[in-house]
Design a protein around this ligand. Structure first.
Ligand SMILES: *Cc1c(COP(=O)(O)O)cnc(C)c1O
Length: 361
């Protein structure tokens, strides 16, 4: 069945090997592998859970972690909730998740109460916002961060595992030695205050890994949380390839349902398309147009790269995608399929859509 997300398990596994070599062997960091972009796909999560170099499986949703909670302890792994917990999910958080990232004392106090009720100790990573302006206690309020850490340290039911930051998600701020060093400084002051070393200083996501091969990662950073870098081989700071990874561990395949010569310019008065946009067209004369049975309800058609580089993507709507196959001669016919490499947004949507079949190879 098409459209299909083709997941190459060997390539994914060797992408994790490559990320682990950099993050762990070269960078001395522990490794969180992020499962959210594949909606915690069971087959992939089994492979991750069994991977000897992975220390933690991390996801933004409790529901996803709940699905693979049974795979963790038998494989010596712990789970991490990346998104700050909602007050309404604290019972499940404590039940199914080992560690969570937090920035609100109200939430942390509620977690501690719930953990005591369940007879557990939940681990906290206190998040610091270094200027990307998504989650975290703002770095300029250093005193309140240190105070918060000391309060967590004194609480029953929770344990302060470490501190962390997240960059390049909202504000597109790039992790550098200077901003990550601010986190390390604050963590140092917290350690002084609580009188012990923190187990983990988490230096970010796939946009931070490049600092290791550039030799620019602050010494004190001891953990990375990697999603896109092992899934798609992308360093998300500058768009380089993470050394040793491939970009085609996951592909989308869709089938041609119409193939005709037609003009490249629509005929008639131009209004708005199905998504309320006024489209812009390029006049290429008469071209060979193919329609694929895939659309915006399945994936992000702007984030797809045809494996056959003679193909141009012209656009699409909810359930259709339109290609220019003029340069392909007679190589395609109705019923043939076209494969695409994916950008992050396209992968996320395809993995989430129930219309997209998954095939493991
Ligand atoms: C999604 C997410 C990650 C992983 O990001 P990638 O760019 O895919 O590596 C790490 N940390 C947090 C807090 C996240 O939300």
């Amino acid at each position: 069945m098409y459209p299909k997300l083709i997941i190459d398990m060997k390539k994914l596994e060797s992408n994790i090997d490559a990320c682990a070599k950099i993050a762990k062997d070269d960078g001395g960091c522990s490794l969180m592998i992020v499962t959210k972009s594949l909606c915690a796909d069971r087959t992939v999560c089994e492979m991750i859970a069994k991977h000897p170099k992975v220390d933690f499986l991390a996801d933004s949703r409790v529901m996803n972690i709940k699905k693979y909670a049974d795979l963790l302890a038998p494989n010596g792994k712990q789970s991490v909730l990346l998104r700050l917990p909602m007050m309404d999910e604290i019972e499940d958080l404590v039940k199914y998740v080992d560690i969570s990232q937090n920035s609100e004392m109200v939430t942390i106090r509620a977690i501690a109460e719930e953990a005591k009720k369940q007879g557990k100790v939940h681990k906290i990573i206190l998040m610091v916002d270094l200027g990307d302006l998504r989650e975290g206690m703002f770095y300029q309020n250093e005193e309140s961060i240190i105070e918060a850490a000391a309060e967590i340290e004194a609480m029953d039911g929770v344990e302060l595992l470490g501190m962390g930051t997240n960059l390049t998600c909202y504000g597109a701020i790039i992790p550098k030695n200077d901003n990550l060093s601010v986190l390390c400084d604050i963590a140092g002051k917290v350690e002084e205050k609580i009188g012990r070393k923190l187990e983990l200083i988490s230096g970010g996501n796939s946009s931070s890994i490049y600092l290791i091969w550039k030799g620019d990662m602050p010494e004190k950073i001891s953990n990375l949380r990697l999603g896109e870098s092992f899934l798609l081989g992308n360093d998300t700071a500058y768009g380089e390839t993470v050394p040793g990874t491939v970009h085609d561990a996951m592909l989308i395949e869709a089938q041609i349902i119409e193939l005709k010569e037609k003009p490249s310019l629509p005929i008639g008065e131009v209004g708005k398309d199905a998504f309320g946009q006024v489209p812009v067209y390029e006049d290429r004369g008469v071209i060979k147009r193919a329609i694929l049975g895939i659309g915006k309800q399945d994936t992000d058609i702007d984030g797809m790269i045809p494996l056959d580089d003679r193909i141009d993507i012209l656009g699409g709507s909810s359930d259709h995608m339109i290609l220019d196959l003029t340069k392909c001669g007679e190589d395609y016919k109705i019923g043939d399929t076209v494969k695409f490499k994916l950008e992050y947004g396209a992968l996320l949507k395809a993995a989430t859509s129930e219309y997209v079949e998954k095939e493991y190879v």
